[in-house]
Design a protein around this ligand. Structure first.
Ligand code: AMP
Length: 437
């Protein structure tokens, strides 16, 4: 089905083709006609499914049609959880909207940077505001913008908005909006709290669900390689060379590890940069842009970059440290293999982290062979289960000890002769260690 069959104007069909989109993705094919018809939408779509354009294209069309020629008032509000996603979604709206006859003004606002330029940018109004909730409220309080004319609300990555503790700000924003409006609700997952929010917002929504079928699953080759913690940087260098990866996103557990691993790679002659929440917003934007522009070959990051970030043609993601939770695993590997491209996701599994990796596999219904590469065979032994982690899960997030676990731990502690160090403390942490707690 071509874009022109979805009810979009020729200008927006042209915009899609200029963006390199030849045919709509499944989420676009379902959501675009529903949004154009004015319905509320509840979208459950996996990462990289093309959901941004799925709401951006019909939103732009509706705003074109309802333009009055009077002073600009905010008619569409897109709420997102992070600064990076705000910048990304705003840019998609700007770039798809640039071919319209009457250009629409898109304002992008987020916290962590000075409010003044954003207030200046809002002078003369805006048609669309893409915002993180906290900064949006600050701007309203400063009288820099009003939300009384919002006719379309988009909640993007609603699960993440709640995860990051934006529930209260969200309610305050919702209270400022007119009751009569279109609501577009997108979330990767729908746990109870997200479902409750969706129920409170949406009226007879069209449900857009893109099932995980082999046809629309991104082509991500997943691998697990056994390696000692101390040899991971060498293994990383080996893989980069062997596969000739032009760009790699490497995930580590801590900000310190991001700095440390990037520095070691840089010293070894690989253009590597750290990216984490400890950097200023300006530095973060710069690293991301330079990575997109292929000026960095490797970016070493914390889970800050696990969600939302879209880097086209990213051939590989490496879990240098395993993620804490199985859900984070999915988000991390979803940075590669986007929009029908293929990608490789490699997890380094140290002896200490083997039990943790097995749990991630179990939760994700995976069964990956644990590879050993010649020259990188692990020599360390897996530590025995400890009193604090009797089942050797490595402390995977979300797993609470049962009563039995607590009893066993208490017994183990009572009988502890003091000879065995708890798992994870046996060796000096190399490059941040496998910090799985
Ligand atoms: P999103 O899920 O919105 O983050 O989009 C993921 C990636 O898919 C982005 O790089 C988009 O540019 C790309 N994309 C979106 N729609 C299409 C399409 N119809 N055809 C090809 N690529 C697309």
């Amino acid at each position: 089905m071509p874009f022109s069959a979805l009810g979009l104007s020729p200008a927006l069909v042209h915009a899609a083709s200029q963006a390199g989109f030849t045919a709509p993705t499944p989420v676009q094919a379902e959501a675009i006609p529903a949004i154009l018809a004015g319905s509320d939408v509840r979208g459950a779509a996996q990462t990289g499914s093309g959901k941004t354009a799925a709401f951006a294209l019909p939103l732009l069309q509706q705003l074109q049609l309802s333009a009055t020629g009077g002073p600009r008032r905010v008619r569409a509000l897109v709420l997102v959880p992070t600064r990076e996603l705000a910048a990304q979604v705003g840019e998609v709206l700007r770039s798809l909207g640039q071919h319209l006859q009457q250009p629409l003004k898109v304002a992008i606002v987020f916290g962590g940077v000075s409010i003044n330029p954003q207030m200046m940018g809002l002078r003369g109004g805006a048609d669309i505001v893409v915002a993180t909730p906290g900064r949006l409220l600050d701007l309203v309080e400063h009288n820099a913008l009003r939300l009384g004319a919002v006719a379309h609300l988009v909640l993007d990555e609603a699960d993440r908005l709640l995860d990051l503790g934006f529930a209260e700000e969200l309610q305050r924003v919702l209270a400022l909006l007119p009751a009569q409006r279109q609501n577009l609700f997108f979330s990767a997952t729908f746990p109870d709290a997200v479902q409750a929010l969706a129920n409170s917002l949406l009226r007879n929504p069209v449900r857009v669900e893109v099932p995980h079928t082999p046809g629309n699953e991104p082509a991500i080759e997943q691998r697990a390689i056994a390696v000692d913690a101390s040899r991971r940087t060498q293994l990383l260098r080996h893989l980069i060379q062997e596969h000739g990866w032009s760009r790699v996103l490497v995930f580590v557990a801590t900000q310190y590890a991001a700095e440390h691993v990037a520095e070691k790679l840089y010293k070894a002659g690989i253009f590597a940069s750290p990216f984490h929440g400890g950097l200023s917003q300006g530095a973060r934007n710069q690293v991301l842009q330079e990575f997109k522009d292929e000026r960095w070959q490797v970016v070493v990051t914390t889970d800050l970059a696990a969600r939302g970030i879209d880097i086209a043609q990213l051939p590989a993601v490496v879990n240098y440290d395993l993620p804490r939770s199985a859900v984070d695993y999915v988000h991390r590997i979803g940075r590669t293999g986007r929009a029908g491209e293929s990608g490789m996701a490699v997890s380094f599994v140290t002896p200490e982290a083997q039990a943790h990796f097995r749990l991630i596999e179990k939760r994700q219904h995976l069964a990956l062979p644990l590879e050993q590469l010649p020259g990188f065979e692990p020599t360390e032994a897996a530590p025995p289960p400890s009193a604090t982690d009797p089942q050797g899960t490595g402390g995977i997030k979300g797993r609470r000890p049962s009563k039995k676990d607590k009893l066993r731990a208490a017994q183990a502690a009572a009988g502890d002769t003091g000879t065995g160090a708890p798992a994870g403390n046996g060796a000096a942490p190399a490059a941040g260690g496998n910090t799985l707690r």
